[in-house]
Design a protein around this ligand. Structure first.
Ligand SMILES: Nc1ncnc2c1ncn2[C@@H]1O[C@H](COP(=O)(O)OP(=O)(O)O)[C@@H](O)[C@H]1O
Ligand SMILES: [Mg+2]
Length: 256
C-alpha cells in the first residue's frame, strides 16, 4: 500500500481559460495533520472541491491510499473515504443536532435497514435506529456537543455549528477529513479547544486531516507540514515554521 493517504499529481483546474489551480503536488502521510494556507482567492477551496468530486480537475489527478479517484462523483468519493466540511456552513438547520449526524451514518453498511422494515417500522428498524443514535451520540461527545444533541442545528452558536459540521463529516467514517476554515468565526477559547478536538479526532478515528485555515497560530499548533498557495500555484511546501518564515510567503501575505 502507498505510504501516502493522499497524493495529488500536477492537479489543476481552469474556469473559462483562467487557471484557478495549477500543478499542485501534495503527499500526505497516514495520520498526518496537514495544512493548506494562502491568501484569499489562492485556490484552497477549489482544491477541496476537486478532491471531493464537486469539480473535475482539468489537469493532473489524485489518489487515496494509492487508488486513483479522479472522475468519481461526490457520493462515490465519500464512500471511498474522503469527507469534508464547508467554508460556508451547510447543515440541516431545522433538524436536531443528533439527526444531522445520523444523516451522515446512513451510507454505512452496518446501519443499512431494508426499505420494508423502514416503511412498516419493524423491530429491526428500531434496532438500527437505536444503534445509529448511540453512534451519533459518541461522535457528538468527541466534538463536545453531546449535551446539545436535541437542540435544532440553527439554534447553535456559530462555533458549535462548525463543530457539528465536523461531526457530520466524521459520521461517514472517512480516511481523510478535509476541514475548510474550521476556526473561522470562533473565539480564541473555541479555537484553542478546536486544536485539541482535531488531535483527538485523529487519534480516536485513526484518520488523516487536511485543513485550510487563516489563523496561523492554529495552523502552527496543529500542522507539522503545510503547503502555501498563491494565485493557484504552490509558493512553499514543507515544515510549517520554515514555510511561514519564507520571505516569499511573508510577501504574499503582506500583499507584496
Ligand atoms: N466555479 C467557479 N467558476 C469560476 N471561478 C471560480 C470557481 N470556483 C472558484 N473560482 C475562482 O478560483 C479562484 C480560487 O478560489 P477559492 O478556491 O475559493 O480560493 P480560496 O479558498 O483560496 O480563498 C478564485 O479566483 C475564484 O474566483
Ligand atoms: Mg476558500
Amino acid at each position: 500500500m502507498s505510504e501516502y493517504v493522499l497524493e495529488t499529481k500536477d492537479l489543476g483546474i481552469s474556469f473559462g481559460g483562467l487557471k484557478a489551480v495549477q500543478d499542485v503536488n501534495l503527499s500526505i502521510k497516514r495520520r498526518q495533520l496537514y495544512g493548506l494556507v494562502g491568501p484569499n482567492g489562492a485556490g484552497k477551496t477549489t482544491i477541496f472541491n476537486m478532491l471531493t468530486g464537486v469539480y473535475q480537475p482539468t489537469t493532473g489527478t489524485f489518489y487515496l491510499e494509492g487508488e486513483e479517484l479522479k472522475g468519481l462523483n461526490q457520493e462515490k468519493i465519500n464512500h471511498k473515504g474522503i469527507a469534508r466540511t464547508f467554508q460556508n456552513i451547510r447543515l440541516f438547520n431545522n433538524m436536531s443536532v443528533i439527526r444531522n449526524v445520523m444523516v451522515g451514518l446512513h451510507n454505512q453498511p452496518e446501519f443499512k435497514c431494508g426499505i420494508v422494515s423502514s416503511i412498516f417500522r419493524l423491530p429491526s428498524y428500531y434496532k438500527t435506529e437505536k444503534a445509529m443514535r448511540e453512534k451519533a451520540k459518541s461522535i457528538l461527545r468527541i466534538v463536545g456537543l453531546e449535551d446539545e444533541r436535541n437542540n435544532l442545528a440553527c439554534n447553535l452558536p456559530y462555533g458549535k455549528q462548525r463543530k457539528l459540521e465536523i461531526a457530520r463529516a466524521l459520521a461517514t467514517n472517512p480516511k481523510l477529513l478535509l476541514l475548510d476554515e474550521p476556526a473561522a468565526g470562533m473565539n480564541p477559547q473555541e479555537t484553542a479547544d478546536l486544536v485539541e478536538i482535531v488531535k483527538s479526532i485523529r487519534d480516536q478515528f485513526d484518520l488523516t486531516v487536511l485543513l485550510i485555515e487563516h489563523d496561523m497560530k492554529f495552523v502552527a499548533g496543529l500542522c507539522d507540514e503545510i503547503t502555501v498557495l498563491n494565485f493557484g500555484t504552490v509558493l512553499a511546501q514543507g515544515k510549517t515554521n520554515d514555510c511561514l518564515n519564507d520571505p516569499e510567503v511573508v510577501k504574499a501575505y503582506l500583499g507584496g
